[in-house]
Design a protein around this ligand. Structure first.
Ligand code: BGC
Length: 697
């Protein structure tokens, strides 16, 4: 090992091997390494392309078209029939699971449990790598504050720090300690950058982002994933203030490669280079390819505009050094993934690691930890000894619980809510369907939600209000005098205002994955005390969108509202109930001043004031009161999830130091600015306990 110019560890043997290989490569073979066609059923044609050295990587390697042994067959063509025998990198969207599906990312983030996120990624990696996938297009760390945008389901919510933390945990989970192990996969973090701000919540719309906002809000989660070792970065579809992300030299070359020292490869999103023409920054495919590669894009997904680069190099529009550098990056990752030493997979073993009991158990745990209890007037948890339960709603027996990206999963393996309840209560409980009219039962469980096809890519909607027919079900049940428990399987924040007066309990279950029903039953019957907290605000009405906790204070805060309602969401970021309750007291700072080098300790007592053990997510926020630019009115800087026994008090401590308050200032310099700060600690972003401190020069 040695340290390269960016301070990263470079393996000299690998670098020398790459140099030797690049010297032998024709320009055509180099362009081949920068190409990622989609793998589909046209095997024969694909075989010819592989043998000709035209394929560096394949997108979409999955069960629909290929088995693990077919992957070996294709790889063999690359290794044995192509002139230089360079192995192929097989990729796929393993987003929240492969054969076993875990909660959608937005749901998982509501667990605020980074170890869990790492475990989930690690399990998914094992299933995927044994199937033959070398790299996944995940995590997605696009900060998003617009529930109309279908892809909000794929990120870790509205907050910068949480996206950064979950992004890092996920990369570490996928990649493990040894990338060449057949238990780990490479991670391609996406979508670089600012895609979550798509104008009006319309997918692939342009984004208007100042350099300072890019630096302070949209880039940090990517930096965190890159620092964790992500081998690749996928460039987004959006145009960032006039320069599409896939041809953006500032973000790809200056920030990512030069400032952050990223030594993996950048990959365009699906057809994003081809679409530069549609954006209107190039007149033809050749120009698109030139703009992309000259701006720092290394590999092209799906489209094949890069084949034009052969001419571009010959006529001097693209330097051969630029091509060689891109090839080097791709080959470096192939080496790190161990593909040169061991290009094949053990195709006999794949079946044994898919959907194992251990994976199912993890999915069940993750499902339950992700659920957020928004309302409970005491009806939950349900008693396991109850005799009858009326069940209603489109999701009681639905297997549509896997979200939008379902990997290689088969929804036949999904545990429905009714099955989960039966598993929990044996045959003692009589489950009655659709019997709202009958009067002899007091409790009705209504399972509502949206299909996995209603959110995700290109699934943007103008109205995120709970659908009318679902509101009617809740109202009807209440009108019949029932106790109404509502469970919602959603992929985005919903406007729940219309049911607030009619539901006795509301549990947000997201799309929990394969073990959906068991996880829901664990929470409903109290085997798991819910502890999830929202990572995205739930608006009161569509007109409030975007509404998020970290907006900035204006000159007239009292006027920052509407005529008809205030500007607060229905449920704020960080909110979530438990079957017990917590009280915060005794907030203290070890000092009221913080020097640049020192740390101070924040402590607070958290008391479980209820009758059962529970988990609480303790959140610490700050506000920089005077700075060279206006700062968020609150920013999450620390959090901790802890278990507290009934009646017990725990003192939670956080160490904070000046580096926790660094930001890009008026000069876009990453620094701290001395002055006064407010600090809050509590169980949501609306916490009350607060203190002040001063950051010294
Ligand atoms: C999506 C990416 C995804 C890619 C490959 C694109 O349309 O935007 O998130 O990884 O397809 O499937």
């Amino acid at each position: 090992m040695s340290i390269n110019i960016f301070g990263q560890k470079a393996d000299l043997t690998i670098e020398n091997n790459i140099t030797t290989l690049i010297k032998k490569m024709t320009l055509e073979e180099k362009i081949g390494q920068l190409s990622q066609p989609v793998l589909d059923e046209h095997t024969k044609e694909v075989g010819e392309k592989i043998a000709a050295g035209e394929v560096g990587s394949f997108c979409s390697f999955n069960k629909r078209h290929y088995t693990p042994s077919e992957r070996n067959r294709l790889q063999k063509i690359a290794v044995e029939k192509s002139r230089l025998g360079i192995p192929i990198l097989f990729t796929y969207d393993v987003i929240h699971g492969f054969s076993t599906i875990y909660p959608i990312s937005l749901g998982l983030s509501a667990s605020w449990d980074l170890d869990l996120a790492k475990d989930v990624a690690s399990m998914a990696a094992k299933e995927a790598r044994y199937y033959g996938i070398d790299m996944t297009f995940s995590p997605m760390v696009d900060v998003s504050r617009d529930p109309r945008w279908g892809r909000i389901s794929e990120c870790y919510g509205e907050d910068v720090l949480l996206n950064a933390a979950f992004g890092k945990a996920t990369v570490l989970g996928y990649q493990g300690d040894d990338l060449s192990s057949h238990e780990n996969i490479g991670s391609c973090v996406k979508h670089f950058v600012g895609y979550g701000l798509s104008m009006g919540g319309r997918d692939k719309q342009f984004t208007e982002i100042s350099k300072n906002t890019l630096l302070n809000t949209y880039l940090p989660p990517f930096k965190s994933a890159v620092d964790a070792g992500a081998v690749s970065v996928m460039t987004a579809f959006n145009d960032i203030s006039g320069v599409p992300a896939s041809a953006n030299r500032f973000t790809m070359q200056e920030v990512l490669k030069e400032q952050w020292g990223f030594d993996g490869f950048t990959l365009s999103d699906w057809d994003a280079v081809l679409e530069l023409k549609n954006h209107g920054i190039s007149g033809n495919d050749k120009e698109s390819a030139e703009k992309a590669i000259n701006a720092g894009l290394d590999m092209e997904m799906r489209s094949d505009t890069f084949k034009n680069l052969i001419t571009s190099v010959k006529v001097g529009k693209v330097k051969i050094a630029v091509i060689d550098e891109a090839v080097r990056r791709v080959l470096r990752i192939k080496y790190r993934l161990g593909l040169f030493d061991n290009p094949y997979i053990d195709d006999k073993k794949s079946d044994k690691v898919q959907l194992t009991q251990a994976n199912r158990e993890l999915a069940r745990k993750a499902g339950a930890e992700s659920m957020v209890l928004l309302k409970n007037n005491g009806i939950l948890p349900l008693s396991k000894n109850m005799r009858r339960l009326i069940v209603e709603g489109p999701f009681v027996n639905s297997k549509d619980m896997l979200g939008w990206w379902i990997g290689n999963a088969d929804d036949n393996n999904v545990v429905t809510v009714e099955e989960g309840i039966r598993n929990k209560t044996d045959s003692k409980l009589e489950i009655i369907h659709g019997s709202l009219a009958r009067n002899y039962d007091k409790t009705v469980l209504i399972c509502l939600g949206e299909s996995g096809g209603n959110f995700g890519e290109s699934n943007c909607i103008t109205d995120v209000t709970i659908p009318k027919s679902q509101i009617e079900l809740v109202k009807e049940a209440k009108a019949k005098g029932k106790k109404v428990v509502v469970v919602i399987f959603n992929g985005r924040p919903w406007v729940l205002t219309p049911i607030m007066d009619y539901a006795d309990a509301i549990l947000i279950a997201w799309h929990p994955g394969t073990e959906a029903g068991n996880a829901v039953a664990d929470v409903l019957f109290g085997d798991v005390n819910p502890s999830g907290k929202l990572t995205c605000s739930f608006p009161k009405t569509n007109g409030q969108i975007p509404v998020f906790y970290s907006d900035r204070i204006s000159g007239r805060p009292r006027e920052n509202k509407y005529k008809n309602i205030d500007a607060n969401p229905l449920f704020e970021f960080g909110f979530g109930l438990s079957y017990t309750s917590f009280k915060y007291s005794n907030l203290k700072l070890s000092s009221n001043t913080l020097g640049k080098e020192r740390t101070i300790t924040v402590s607070v007592d958290v008391t479980n004031t209820g009758k059962r053990e529970g988990k609480e997510i303790v959140q610490l926020y700050i506000h920089d009161k005077v700075a060279s630019i206006t700062r968020p009115k609150k920013e999450l800087v620390k959090f901790s999830k802890l278990t507290i026994k009934a009646g017990a008090t725990q003192t939670v401590t956080f160490k904070i130091s000046a580096s926790d308050f660094e930001f890009y200032n008026l000069d876009n310099k990453y620094t701290t600015e001395a002055g006064a700060y407010d600090l809050w600690v509590g169980g949501s972003s609306d916490c009350e306990l607060s203190l002040k401190f001063t950051l010294e020069d």
